[in-house]
Structures are given as C-alpha cells and as structure tokens.
Design a protein around this ligand. Sequence first.
Ligand code: RB5
Length: 157
Amino acid sequence: MNAGAKNEREENAVIAVACDHGGYALKLEVIKYLEKNGFSYQDFGTDSTESADYPIFGEKAARAVASGACGRGLLFCGTGVGISLAANRVHGIRAVVCSEPYSAEMARRHNNANILCLGGRVVGPGLAEKIVDVFLHTDFEGGRHERRVAMLDDIKG
Ligand code: RB5
C-alpha cells in the first residue's frame, strides 16, 4: 500500500461527528463545511442545546473511529476538553484539542491524531473551519513518528 492510496482512502472515509450541548452550535457549522466540501459524515448526537453528557457522545464517535467504521472524528463540547478525555479512553484513539491550525497540522503530521476536538465556547466558526480543513487535509509523516505513535498503544492502564 503506498502513501497515496492510503491518503485517498482516508479522504473518502466517513467522518464521525458528535457533541454535547456546549458544542452543538459549532457542530452544525462544521457540518455545513463538511457538506460544502463533499465529506461524508455520521452524526452520533447530541441533537440539541439541551444539557447532555459529553462522555456518552465522545465514546460513541470514538468507538466508530477505533473500529474503522469512520476514518476520523470531529468532536465538540464547550471547551473540547471533556469530550477529548472521553474519546481518549478508547484504545487506538488519539484525540487532540486544538484552537488554532498549527497544532492541528502537527497533530496530524507527527501524532497521527484521528480525532479533533473543538470548543464551541472557545473558537468561532470561521477559525473552526480553518482548523478542521487543515486536520482533514494533512497526512501523517510516518518515519520516526511511527514508532512513537505505536508506543502510545503500548501504554496500559
Ligand atoms: C458543559 O457545560 C461543559 O462542561 C462541557 O461542554 C465541556 O466544556 C466539558 O469539558
């Protein structure tokens, strides 16, 4: 399998999206971006601004990514933090919270992050779109980073 084939498959993969009430409005904005740019997605809820528990939705989306049903995930809560903690409990998930594009780019290039978490009370829709765009279009560099990323999966609780 060459890198080009892998990237093509990843770009065609379904994106898992999920949020709690604090991330609901931003999730809707990012879904507009996904639709406009031809990405397929599966929405794991929540479906309103009514108070909801981020661990439930973070876990559902993270399991879809870990199983391979979805290629990457985009998660939203008030800060992005709570839902990232939930996602990172699922083996094989590398969820990162980013508030600017540089970290999102490096999280893909060096950490092979498979889930991006955004804070609906932290970033506005315009900035969120740029962060998501770079996250979805940046490839993992592999090489020396491969071994380090593999080491993450070796850490047992
Ligand atoms: C909910 O008020 C808030 O705590 C949640 O959205 C998230 O920011 C937690 O990390």
